[in-house]
Design a protein around this ligand. Structure first.
Ligand code: UDP
Length: 381
């Protein structure tokens, strides 16, 4: 029997867990692999919700979330903790996703041990090292070390090629976020109660245009969040509109939004939703107003326009395809772009019907097949 490849998949935050559970499912069900999972728990509660819904039990849990943790102390703890797990597991390959401190430290610890790194969602670039911060640099660092680059789109693959990455190591796979969304939508269809949290709001806001809102980016702390909050106040002044806003647990976000939006009858400032309920929010809203990366990919898969409250995006495919528009964090601009979408049916219809460029729901299988190729290389060398 050929040796099974031991793959150590590492993640630490909710978005990574969402984008990696489809791959973990595949690797776990495929005889070619001996799949191990290590979570850093850089986020705790939000990560655990995803692990639970996806039915994943990590083999290692570093439990690293601390109040007011600095990037320095987090990164130091990640490097040491993940290195120890690698020494114990001696994997053939380490898989990381995206651009978090966990992904960057996981790749670096693997590189220090000369373990090949596979990077899922490789090649995203905004071109500005401070937007998004520190994610843009995290993913560039990972890109400089990875043995396999799983680019979600041709645009991402081209960005890697421009950085002189060996083309034979770049594979366009689509984004696993679409696999995850298909999976959760099927789960909800079987078990609708999984996504029932919004029912009271749906009833209360019936007949109104629903705008789903999320914001959490570090670079919007200090100024940007206040400008966003002012825009939301102006938008909420319309009585044909309701906002459903799961507020990120970061205290910076909570304080600003509570201060600006408490008291509006048509604004639901709610706790972060678990993944099935968030998928439901995208499904029931008319549009999403967000600074999130993942939501830019998910919303068009459910036919919802996305207005992106950032100055740059590393997902230009959405803007090019017409599913997303960059609206920045200027109050007047956000208000005018939302108003245009709400009031111009033609503009709205065009965005809602644009083709989703981020994937077809079969990315995890493609990635698993490429990972299996690592075993062939080892045998042949
Ligand atoms: N999400 C969620 N509940 C929420 C907000 C977001 O489950 O209340 C999910 C969403 O489906 C998406 C991911 O979290 O897949 C996006 O995470 P976030 O916006 O925090 O990070 P980013 O994608 O910007 O890295």
């Amino acid at each position: 029997m050929t040796k099974r490849l031991r793959i150590l998949t590492i993640f630490g935050t909710r978005p990574e867990a969402i984008k990696l559970f489809p791959l973990a499912h595949r690797l776990g069900a495929d005889d070619r692999f001996d799949s191990r999972i290590c979570v850093s728990a850089q986020h705790r509660g939000l990560l655990d919700q995803v692990l639970s819904i996806a039915g994943l039990v990590p083999d290692h849990d570093l439990d690293l979330m601390r109040p007011d943790q600095t990037l320095d102390s987090l990164t130091a703890a990640l490097l040491t903790g993940l290195g120890k797990v690698m020494d114990a597991e001696t994997p053939d390959c380490v898989v990381v996703q995206g651009d978090t401190a966990t992904a960057m430290s996981g790749a670096l610890a693997a590189y220090y041990r000369k373990i090949p790194v596979a990077h899922v969602e490789a090649g995203l670039r905004s071109g500005d090292i401070y937007h998004p911060w520190p994610e843009e640099v995290n993913r560039k660092i990972i890109g400089s070390m990875a043995a396999l680059h799983f680019a979600p789109t041709e645009t991402a693959a081209a960005a890697l090629a421009r950085e002189n990455v060996d083309p034979s190591t770049i594979h366009v796979t689509g984004n696993t976020v679409i696999d995850a969304l298909h999976w959760i939508t099927a789960r909800i269809a079987q078990e609708p109660a999984l996504a029932g949290d919004l029912a009271p709001w749906e009833k209360r806001f019936s007949g109104k245009r629903i705008i789903g809102v999320t914001t959490h980016r570090r670079e919007n702390f200090g100024g940007g969040l206040e400008a966003i909050a002012s825009a939301l106040r102006e938008i909420a002044a319309r009585d044909d509109v309701a906002l459903i806003f799961p507020v990120h647990p970061n205290p910076n976000v909570r304080k600003v939004m509570d201060g600006a939006l408490a008291g509006f009858d048509n604004v639901a400032l709610i706790e972060p939703l678990d993944y099935p309920n968030f998928a439901r929010l995208i499904d029931i809203c008319d549009l999403m107003l967000t600074d999130s990366g993942g939501v830019q990919e998910e919303a068009p898969a459910l036919g919802k326009p996305v207005l992106v409250m950032r100055e740059t995006t590393e997902r230009p495919e959405g803007v090019a395809a017409g599913t997303a528009r960059l609206v920045g964090t200027d109050t007047a601009n956000i208000v005018s772009e939302v108003t245009r979408l709400l009031d111009d049916a033609e503009v709205y219809g065009k965005m809602a019907r644009a083709h989703n460029p981020f994937g077809d729901g079969h990315s995890a299988q493609r990635i698993a097949d490429h990972l299996a190729g690592l075993g062939n290389q080892a045998v042949n060398s």
